[in-house]
Design a protein. Structure first.
Length: 473
């Protein structure tokens, strides 16, 4: 196994239209809050502890030339031309032993030319939340950026009050967002072509020989986005800030902010208390995903002049989302076969769960247990759905045990409820950092949880439910 290769900065091929060189404002005398040793091993990263700590805190040697990327984007439906990496720096790109290139990005690195008056810092709570969320999503099998580490020091920064400064080291094959293409379209046709050619060469080489590579690229991004949001819906994940500058071209969950997993089923759940209109509510996410893809398609107009072609690709989003969503929900019900009434069966259960505020995660998983007895005594309208479900099982050819295993393998025991994330933050702020990584390890195996974490798999108490957060980070 060959070790991690030194950093390169291929994004600089695009020229200064797309980035600015910028040095971090490091965290002096930083210490580890969390370090993802499993990810370090997976990437065969051979840095010693001191070198890795220096990278994670922004103490860089002269061989590195970090950059802040320029992009634009639509935020809560309105175009903002002044965006870019305002607190993060792309340190460079390295390859792990499988030959896949990964961006190393330092979030909380300090001010950049795109900070728009901000301090460029990140706070400990937001870094811990992203660290845990990205690894929880990876454990659920949902595409996501990954978190290598969190560090902090004695500095404080002001948000809604004084908070500890921190930084997060993030890995993903690409930090290119929908907003990069919006910026390129604003610059002009040559910039759009340059960016698209770069993305194909770096990430989608198989598309280069397509009859229309740019249409193939747009379709690739749109389809992967549709699949991603179907996965979000299946696990009850609410992103909270689905701006186009927070959407990855790779179809990965990206830029974790005031996210939340459903506790009680509330289809209109809004995890971000700054989202007063509910634009990014849980049940709006599929439509917002389409809206974002339409914005992306508009930025491809220089590359794909045919509006009919772009519209057809948007239809692919709808088809892919619907197909992938019902496939995932069948698995959650333990159904291995397809049936034309499956969509209705799923919808009726979700309506029932929403009406009675049943716990999202526990309710699905309990279908593998004696769920009928647990619910029927309390919910008379549940009995009709249960009869429909039993009738649907008559079309299955798998055994009862296989059905139960399918349910258990597709409905996690442990999810990162907001109260659990907050407990990790509280412990870290009081000096117990070991608990953060212990939780991260548990979240990476959410379908088979060790005994010590079983209490966190239960339904939360009333005081633990529905914690909502702001965009402040």
């Amino acid at each position: 196994m060959s070790a991690f290769t030194p950093f390169q900065q291929p994004f600089c091929q695009l020229g200064s239209t797309f980035f600015r060189h910028c040095q971090p404002e490091p965290l002096v005398n930083a210490h580890w809050i969390a370090r993802n040793d499993a990810l370090i091993a997976q990437h065969a990263i051979a840095f010693d502890d001191k070198t890795l700590l220096n990278l994670a805190s922004g103490l860089l040697d002269d061989s590195l030339a970090p950059i802040a990327q320029k992009y634009t984007g639509h935020q809560f439906g309105y175009y903002n031309p002044d965006l870019g990496d305002g607190r993060g720096l792309l340190l460079g790109q390295g390859s792990h032993y499988l030959g896949i290139s990964y961006d190393w990005h330092l979030k909380g690195a300090g001010r950049t030319p795109f900070s728009r008056g901000g301090d460029g810092r990140a706070v400990l709570r937001s870094c811990i939340r992203e660290y845990l969320a990205s690894e929880a999503m990876a454990g659920l099998g949902i595409p996501t950026s990954r978190a290598l580490s969190v560090v902090s020091n004695q500095e404080t920064v002001w948000r809604e009050g004084p908070e500890p400064r921190a930084a997060l080291l993030r890995l993903t094959p690409s930090h290119i967002r929908f907003g990069h293409f919006e910026w390129a379209a604003e610059v002009g046709a040559d910039a759009s072509k340059q960016l698209a050619d770069y993305v194909i060469a770096q990430h989608f080489v198989h598309l280069a020989d397509s009859p229309n590579p740019y249409a193939a690229l747009l379709r690739q991004i749109v389809v992967s986005t549709a699949q991603l949001i179907a996965k979000w819906q299946s696990v009850g994940f609410n992103h909270g800030v689905m701006n186009t500058d927070n959407f990855s071209i790779l179809g990965e969950t990206f830029d974790y902010g005031p996210y939340g997993f459903l506790d009680d089923c509330q289809i209109g759940y809004i995890c971000n208390h700054s989202d007063h209109a509910g634009r990014y509510a849980y049940n709006e996410q599929p439509q917002i995903g389409l809206w974002n893809c339409q914005v992306l398609a508009a930025s491809f107009a220089n590359l794909i002049p045919s509006e009919a072609t772009r519209s057809a690709i948007m239809n692919d989003y709808v088809t892919e989302y619907n197909n992938h969503y019902i496939h995932l929900m069948r698995q959650k019900l333990g159904l291995a076969q397809t049936h034309p009434n499956d969509k209705e069966l799923v919808a009726k259960l979700i309506i029932l769960m929403d009406k009675h505020r049943l716990d999202w995660s526990c309710t699905w998983r309990e279908l593998a247990q004696n769920f009928e007895a647990q619910q029927a005594s309390q919910l008379s309208d549940y009995q009709a759905w249960w009869r429909d479900y039993q009738a649907r099982l008559d079309f299955e050819t798998s055994s009862e045990n296989d059905r139960k295993m399918l349910i258990l393998n597709n409905n996690p025991q442990l999810i990162l409820r907001n109260y659990i994330a907050q407990e990790a933050i509280d412990k870290a702020e009081s000096g117990d950092c070991q608990w953060v990584d212990s939780l991260r390890q548990a979240l990476q195996n959410p379908f088979e949880v060790a005994e010590e974490w079983q209490a966190y798999c239960a339904r939360p108490s009333l005081s633990q439910k529905g914690l909502r957060l702001s965009c402040s980070s």
